[in-house]
Every structure is written in C-alpha cells, then in structure tokens.
Design a protein around this ligand. Structure first.
Ligand code: EPZ
Length: 420
C-alpha cells in the first residue's frame, strides 16, 4: 500500500482531530485491572488499537466494538499470561499490558516490544520497577517472564522520564499491596486522564501529571468501572495538522482538539510568524506572510513533543534562514533527513541528535518510505508541500496512528490517493 501525493495545492476548511492513540492504548490495557466491563469512547480507528485488541482477546478479554468509536472490554478472567509474540513484537505499547497482567494474574510473559525503528528501545525502567515491587524476572532468548505471587508497594525513581514506564508502573501499583511512590514520572496529559478514570473506578492515585505520583494499592481488589473512559484528543495529530496548515493552509481550522496540550507548539508557530487563533477546542491557522527560522529542542511534556519533531523539520525547510533542531528524547529519530534531502531539503546532521535545516528550499516529489509513523506523516506533509508527484511507501506505519488520514486530508483539498 502506498500514498500517491501531488503537492503544491493550498488547503482550506476544517479538520476534526480524532482520539489519541497513546491514550486509547493505555485504557485498553487498563481493562485488565477491572472486574466489570470497561467502556471506551472516542476511540480512533487505527491499526495499533486493533493490534491491542488482538493481544487482549488472545489472553481471554472479551472485546466488543460498539458503534463507530466505542469499545467494551471485559476481563472477566485471564486465560493466558503469555502475550502473542508476533503482535507484541510489532507494537511498542504491548509492554503497557504487562504491568496490569502481572498484577492481575501473577505472571506476564512477553517478547521485547518493537513497532518501528525507534520502537526497539530499552525496557530497563519497567524491569527495575517490577523488581522493586518484589517481582522475579527471567530473561530468555527474546522473551521476558515476570512473576510475583503478590506485589508490594514501593518507592521507585525513574532514572529517565518514561511515559509508558510511568503508566505501566502506575497501573501495577494500583492493585499492589500498600503505598507506592513513583518519582521522576512523565507528565504527558494521557497520564492524568488515565489516573482520573482509574480513581473514579476505585483506585487511589495522587499526583498523576506531575513528577511524583503516589498510589495506595487496593491489595488485589479489582476495580469496578464507574462511567466510560473517553479518549482525549490526539495532541500529536492536532500538532501535525497545525504544522501542515502553517506550511500550506490558506485558512484551516483544526477542531476537537485541546489547545492547552499544544501550548509550546502554538507559541513556537506564533514566534515564526504563523497567525493562529485559539478557541476552547479549536485552533485556526491563516497563511503566514513569511516563515522565520527558529531553534527548537524536543522535551518531555510540557516541552516540545518529540513526536512533532519530524513534521516541524519539514516546516523549517520552508522558513527563511537556519533552524537548529535538537532531539533530546530518542536516539535514531533523525534518520528521515536523508529522504527529505532527496526531496530537495538542505538538512545537515551535526551529530546524532542535532540537525541544521537551511531554508527556504523548494521540495520536489519523490518516492520515499516511512521509517516510523511520525516521520511517515512528516513525509506526507513534505509531499503535499513539494512540486510534482510523491509516492510514500509503507503506509502501514502511518495507519498505525492516524485514522484514514488520506480521506480526511482530501476534504481540505489535498491531492492524495491510496494505492494498493
Ligand atoms: C511514549 O513512548 C509514546 N508511546 C511515544 O510515542 C512518544 O514518542 C514517547 O512516549 C515520548 O513522548 C506511547 O505512549 C505508546 P519513553 P515511550 O519511555 O513511553 C528511554 C508514537 O509514535 N527509555 O518516554 O515508549 C527511551 O529509549 C510513539 O506514538 C529507556 O532508556 O517513550 C527514550 O530515549 C513513538 N529505558 C526515553 O527513555 C526504558 O525502560 C523516553 O522514552 C524506557 C525508556
């Protein structure tokens, strides 16, 4: 499957942001903490959500799709404690399941999680965390077995801030025995949203969304869902659309988003000359007169999201002057620049974490391949900006995180087709 994009067209109109992949996946995993069914709403229709459902049903959770964006998950019992290897290896977020599975069933077996080129990152924080709850860890050829007859609350400090690490250990602690303090935790908005739902359902979590989270475990008592979990708007999708609109929009409104979750991007875009208006759940972008260059570095929330780094670099190819982009969160997340340079960008790698983007440059349509979902969308943006036709291969990577992006962009006037 590939996208064929003919670039250079101005975009106009409104586009609605879907539910956040990285909120939905955690709520799906959390269903293992419940004795009652869990209803999830505003679910994005994306590949990763389907893969997570497959992992859950494989271990015995009943999953029922309800309407267009609803899902009911019931973990009445757990049939297996081994995650399906093929699926788990393809989905980094599979590791988030391991915490709830461990605390629910006393055992979790899973392969090293992957997903894409940056998916295969270390999981030491998870393993150290579970050990500190008293779990025993066995590492075999390509798999981990975590066991604990009972998990006791702990005081654990993350050496490096980790989003899924925070979520996984927070869920583990929710059913553990006694009090847990997690320190140097991630503050991404998906975390307090998950904690709020767990608290409504019988968990005792304080401080989610801050660098210290305290959890009073239920001692094995399962949660009972009180109301549905509503997936929060995808701030990365919203941010990518803002970047696209800044590059090509004559007038574009991004709706159903939460501008508060995008404050650093919004202020950066304003600084470089993009006229933006924000409402409670929308941001409107008008065509900038000129785009100025700027230096930027990625940071944990509330800093500039690493997931917007590649789309932003594409925008900077259209700005006047040199922009330094410093990726501080991940290794190997600048590898897309070769492909962009083949499209006519002038980007120099200064060291494995820093690039210098020289602008403005006219981009030319080319055949490119998505290395991961965020760089994949950056290529879509580059192709829409470029003159001529681009072919973007490996669309699965983009479908993992963005719902029917081709159809939705077409409604704004983009010339993009999906071809088998
Ligand atoms: C989450 O990944 C997101 N994924 C990522 O989105 C996002 O880019 C990332 O947070 C940062 O915002 C999900 O929520 C499913 P980390 P996560 O653990 O939690 C290192 C996307 O495209 N680290 O916060 O896996 C790690 O190598 C994805 O949707 C360790 O060293 O990221 C990285 O350098 C991509 N040891 C840094 O910490 C560990 O045990 C931050 O990673 C864990 C992480």
């Amino acid at each position: 499957m590939k996208f064929v994009v003919r670039g250079g067209k101005k975009l106009r109109g409104e586009i609605e942001v879907k539910g956040a992949k990285n909120s939905a996946l955690k709520a799906q995993a959390a269903s293992l903490l419940f004795e009652t069914p869990v209803e999830i709403g505003n679910l994005p229709q994306i590949e990763d959500v389907s893969r997570m459902n497959e992992l859950l049903t494989d271990i015995g959770v009943q999953a029922e799709v309800r309407g267009e964006r609803g899902l009911r998950l019931h973990a009445a019992s757990v049939r297996r404690t081994e995650l399906n290897k093929d699926i788990a290896e393809r989905l980094r977020a599979s590791i988030v399941l391991a915490g709830p599975l461990l605390v629910r069933a006393g055992r979790a077996v899973f392969p090293h999680p992957g997903g894409c080129v940056i998916g295969k990152r270390p999981i030491d924080a998870f393993l150290d965390g579970w050990k500190s709850f008293g779990a025993k860890i066995k590492e075999g050829a390509g798999f981990y077995e975590i066991k604990a007859s009972s998990l006791r609350g702990t005081d654990f400090t993350f050496r490096k801030v980790s989003v899924t690490g925070t979520e996984t250990l927070m869920m583990t602690a929710a059913l553990a025995r006694g009090k847990t303090i997690l320190r140097n935790t991630a503050c991404e908005p998906e975390i307090p949203s998950l904690a709020e739902f767990l608290n409504r359902s019988g968990a005792h979590i304080k401080g989610a969304g801050t660098p210290v989270v305290e959890i009073e475990g239920t001692g094995g008592k399962l949660l009972r869902a009180s109301g549905a979990f509503t997936v929060i708007p995808d701030r990365i999708e919203a941010g990518s659309l803002l970047v696209l609109a800044a590059a090509l929009g004559s007038k574009v409104a991004i709706t159903h988003c939460n501008p508060e979750h995008l404050s650093v991007l919004i202020s950066t875009l304003r600084d470089i000359g993009v006229p933006l208006e924000t409402g409670p759940d929308r941001v409107s972008v008008r065509e900038p007169r000129t785009l100025e260059s700027i230096d930027m570095q990625t940071r944990e929330y509330p800093g500039f999201p690493t997931d917007l780094q590649a789309p932003f670099a594409v925008l900077m190819t259209q700005a006047q002057g040199q922009s330094m982009i410093f990726e501080t969160v991940f290794d190997g997340r600048l590898n897309y620049i070769e492909e962009l340079n083949r499209m006519g960008a002038r980007i120099v790698m200064c060291d494995p974490h820093r690039i210098l983007v020289h602008g403005p440059t006219a981009l030319q349509g080319r055949e490119v391949e998505s290395p991961d979902l965020r760089a994949g969308l950056a290529f879509v943006i580059a192709a829409l900006v470029a003159r001529g036709e681009s072919h973007i291969k490996n669309v699965y990577q983009i479908d993992r995180g963005y719902e029917k992006i081709d159809e939705r962009l077409r409604k704004l006037g983009a010339d993009i087709e999906r071809i088998a």
